[in-house]
Design a protein around this ligand. Structure first.
Ligand code: ITT
Length: 194
């Protein structure tokens, strides 16, 4: 087995996202594995679908038909049990319109505050073959916003087994336990094995 020289980049992978929070997390995770992640900004049309996986599969196809090079994408969402899975696949739209204060308002009087973040990470290779990996992080919605790190719904999400919200945890710790960290770690393994 060939040993990697210090600082040597193994793979340089494009990541299509307009979300700088996601980009930072995925870049840090891949950097730790010796890979470089470069942002591609070319928003793909998000199909109306019941699952993150369907959105990712369609997004990868759209990007492949346009660029014909390997690309990664991420579709994720917050699923709150007491709100029957809301905002779920509509998380991006709901964040733009209601954001964290709006979710806290929806949660008034709701006793079941358990929730989970889900992420589907997808990769299309040079031959147009797609690989998808999913990750979940269970937790709960707290009663107020706490912390200034991270992005999106991070200030209201307390992961199971932690005393700090995603917005209070450092990026390294979030990557170890988060939906995205889990999905992209598995995706990185799959890509490296190709
Ligand atoms: P893309 O350009 O990658 O699509 P996006 O922000 O539109 O970025 P999504 O369509 O995947 O992302 O929507 C997910 C929404 O859920 C997003 O707006 C965030 O607010 C939220 N979200 C996803 N992952 C999160 C995380 O780790 N922490 C907090 N909020 C998160």
């Amino acid at each position: 087995m060939r040993h990697r020289e210090k600082g040597e980049v193994q793979l340089r992978i494009l990541f299509e996202t307009g979300n700088s929070g996601k980009l930072k997390e995925v870049q840090a995770l891949f950097r730790g594995l010796g890979h470089e992640v470069v942002q591609l900004k070319d928003e793909y049309p998000e199909v109306q679908a019941d699952t993150l996986e369907e959105v990712v599969e369609a997004g990868l196809r759209w990007l492949w038909d346009k660029h014909y090079v390997p690309i990664m994408i991420d579709d994720s969402g917050l699923f709150i049990n007491g709100l029957k899975g809301f905002p779920g696949v509509y998380s991006a739209y709901v964040y733009r319109t209601l954001a964290c204060p709006g979710i806290l308002k929806q949660m008034e009087g709701v006793t079941d505050r358990t929730a989970e973040f889900r992420c589907c990470a997808g990769y299309v290779d040079a031959a147009g073959r797609t690989t998808l990996r999913s990750g979940v992080c269970p937790g709960s919605i707290i009663g107020e916003m706490r912390g200034s790190g991270g992005f999106g719904y991070d200030p209201i999400f307390l992961p199971d087994g932690e005393s700090l919200t995603f917005a209070e945890l450092d990026l390294g710790r979030k990557n170890v336990i988060s939906h995205r960290g889990r999905a992209f770690s598995a995706l990185a393994r799959a890509i490296s094995e190709e």
